[in-house]
Design a binder for this molecule. Structure first.
Ligand SMILES: [Zn+2]
Length: 275
């Protein structure tokens, strides 16, 4: 970047802030300090629920199950292909064996005719002997074909058996991971139910208007609607309050609901607020 690009860009300037602390006065919301503190308890429980939901969605078992299921699909395809090959070669073998039989039967008939002495014409005898020889050659070739098919059939059979065993292994793995996932889900759900029950009790003692504001802010601010003011820092946005802001908070009545100037969250004062 050359010197021409240097200079003040809009992003470099100090933040333009709205009239400071207008939120402390208008619209004013009051709540007893104890109620404000209870709101922090509600917030802690809500954060726990968010964490549990996140854990639920991101269990490693979900990915494991997806992986093993895709392996099962692949393995099943391979098994179907091997079984098809097994069936095809079995039919091929039957057909080839029938071909051998036909040739053998014809050769036997020719041999019987030859042995019977009924054929006396030398030319016919020669032709019969020649046919027997060529049938023997043909039978030999066909038997080689049968052997080759048998080999393919046996290898397809062995492969199908192997793949079926591997598939069964994968199915066992899948069942084991599903069991593990379900146990983890049950544990998370039980804890979430306990937290929700805690929350419903805690929430009862929080004033409705304060709770409503909290819920609204929580929705707008990524799940955090109320934050502790801890050692002059808003724990919602982690920003430290400046001296003017601190003075405003100090001057506010204990039951005034204070908001963070930066993130607008409800700022709850505690003895550790550093005021
Ligand atoms: Zn803040």
């Amino acid at each position: 970047m050359g010197p021409a690009h240097r200079g003040i860009s809009p992003g470099d300037g100090p933040l333009d802030r709205p009239t400071p602390f207008a939120h402390l006065r208008s619209p004013e919301l009051n709540a007893a300090p104890a109620d404000q503190l209870r709101l922090l308890d509600v917030q802690a429980l809500d954060l726990r629920l968010t964490q549990l939901a996140h854990r639920r969605d991101n269990l490693p078992e979900h990915a494991e199950i997806r992986t093993v299921e895709s392996q099962i699909v692949q393995q099943r395809d391979l098994l179907v292909a091997a079984q098809t090959e097994e069936g095809d070669t079995a039919r091929e073998q039957t057909k080839a064996e029938q071909d051998v039989d036909q040739v053998r039967q014809r050769s036997t008939r020719d041999q019987q005719r030859l042995d019977s002495g009924q054929v006396t014409n030398p030319r016919d005898l020669e032709s019969l002997q020649s046919e027997i020889a060529s049938l023997a050659k043909r039978q030999d070739d066909l038997e080689t074909v049968v052997l080759e098919i048998m080999e393919r059939h046996e290898s397809a059979q062995a492969r199908a058996k192997e793949l079926a065993a591997a598939l069964e292994g994968l199915q066992n793995v899948a069942a084991e991971v599903v069991t593990r996932r379900d146990a983890a889900l049950a544990e998370i759900d039980a804890e979430a139910a306990a937290v929700r029950s805690d929350r419903s009790v805690t929430v009862e003692s929080v004033p409705a208007d304060l709770l409503k504001l909290y819920e609204k802010l929580r929705e707008q601010q990524g799940g955090v609607g109320a934050a502790r003011l801890y050692q002059r820092r808003c724990e919602g946005c982690r920003l430290e309050l400046n001296i003017t802001e601190l003075n405003e908070v100090r001057a506010a009545a204990p039951d005034t609901v204070v908001r963070c100037e930066n993130c607008r969250r409800i700022l709850v004062r505690t003895p550790d607020s550093g005021l």
